[in-house]
Design a protein. Structure first.
Length: 300
C-alpha cells in the first residue's frame, strides 16, 4: 500500500477533476490519497494562501503536482525536506519540469506505486540569509529558521537578487568561499542549478548545463560596465551575494518573492547536501527534452 499526496492548482478545473479521478483510482487499488492545500503566489497566478509544508507530506511515498511549473516548484521545499520523490503533471504552457501529460496520469501512477519508474537526483541550492531581510509571511513558513535567527530556503531552479527601483540598477558584490569576486551594477544576479539553467538563467544569457552535473551557475542580469559572463562553480564552493549601499534589493527563489534585502544584507548560496528526487519515466532524455521545450515544432 502506498500513500500519495497530491497538490492541485486551485484555479484549473481540469486539474481538480483529474485529481478527483486519481484519488478514486488510488483508493480503489487499496492505496491512500492525500490532497494538499494550494500553494501561495508565484508563477501560477491566482493561488490562495496556504503553501504545503513538510508536515503535510509526513508518511507519504510519492508527491504529485497537477498544474504548471509554478505549482511543481511550490511542492519542492516540503518534498525535499521530507525526502519524497515528486511527479509532475503538466497543465501549464511549457512544463519543462513536468513529464506526465494529464491523460496518462493514471497509467503512470500505476507504475509509480509499484516502483516501475526511475528516480533522478537533482541538485538544489541552499539559500541562507542571516540578517537584513524583511520576509513575507509565506516565505517564513517555507523557511528553515536557524538557532541564530538565520533563514534558509532551497531552490530547484534559481535564486535571484534583483533591483526594487524601476529604471535604476542595484549594486551587488559577490564572494566565493569568502574571497571577494566581482561587484555588479546590474538589474540583479541569479544563481541557478543545472535544472534551472534553462529557465531565467538561459534568458539572461547563461549556459545550459546537463542536470546530471552538480554545480551552481552565477549569471549577472543586465550588468553595466562589468563582466557579463556566467561563472560555473563547484558544488563544494559557497557563493555570497551582498547588497551594496544606496538601494535595497529583493530576494526571489524559484519565482516566488521572499522579501526585501536592505543594504548590507548578504545571501549565501551553496549546493545542498541532499538532492531533490524527481520521478522519471525514462521516455525522454536531456536532448529530447531540450528539443521539445526550447525548440517546439522542430522535433522530427
Amino acid at each position: 500500500m502506498a500513500t500519495v499526496a497530491l497538490l492541485v492548482h486551485p484555479t484549473r478545473p481540469e486539474a481538480a477533476r483529474l485529481a478527483a479521478e486519481a484519488v478514486g483510482w488510488l483508493e480503489a487499488q487499496g492505496h491512500v490519497a492525500r490532497l494538499l492545500s494550494g500553494p501561495a503566489g508565484g508563477p501560477d497566478a491566482g493561488l490562495p494562501p496556504g503553501p504545503p509544508v513538510a508536515a503535510d507530506l509526513a508518511g507519504a511515498d510519492l508527491a504529485v503536482s497537477l498544474g504548471g511549473d509554478g505549482t511543481f516548484l511550490r511542492l519542492v521545499p516540503p518534498a525535499h525536506a521530507a525526502g519524497i520523490p515528486v511527479l509532475g503533471v503538466n497543465f501549464g504552457r511549457l512544463g519543462y519540469l513536468l513529464e506526465v501529460a494529464p491523460e496518462r496520469l493514471i497509467e503512470f501512477l500505476g507504475r509509480a506505486v509499484v516502483g516501475d519508474v526511475a528516480i533522478e537526483e537533482r541538485t538544489v541550492i541552499s539559500v541562507t540569509v542571516a540578517r537584513g531581510l524583511a520576509a513575507t509571511d509565506g516565505a517564513d513558513r517555507s523557511a528553515t529558521v536557524g538557532a541564530d535567527g538565520s533563514r534558509r530556503w532551497v531552490a530547484l531552479n534559481e535564486m535571484v537578487v534583483e533591483k526594487t527601483v524601476p529604471g535604476h540598477m542595484v549594486s551587488l558584490s559577490t564572494a566565493i568561499d569568502g574571497e571577494p569576486c566581482f561587484t555588479y551594477k546590474a538589474d540583479g544576479v541569479l544563481v541557478a542549478t543545472p535544472t534551472g539553467s534553462t529557465a531565467y538563467n538561459l534568458s539572461a544569457g547563461g549556459p545550459i548545463i546537463s542536470p546530471r552535473i552538480a554545480a551552481m551557475i552565477l549569471t549577472p542580469v543586465a550588468p553595466h560596465l562589468s563582466i557579463d559572463r556566467s561563472l560555473v562553480l563547484h558544488p563544494d564552493q559557497v557563493l555570497t551575494v551582498g547588497v551594496g549601499e544606496g538601494r535595497p534589493a529583493v530576494l526571489v527563489i524559484d519565482g516566488r518573492e521572499i522579501g526585501e534585502l536592505c543594504p548590507g544584507a548578504e545571501v549565501a548560496c551553496g549546493v545542498a547536501a541532499t538532492p531533490m528526487r524527481l520521478v522519471s519515466l525514462g521516455e525522454r532524455g536531456f536532448a529530447g527534452l531540450l528539443r521539445s521545450t526550447l525548440a517546439p515544432g522542430r522535433d522530427g
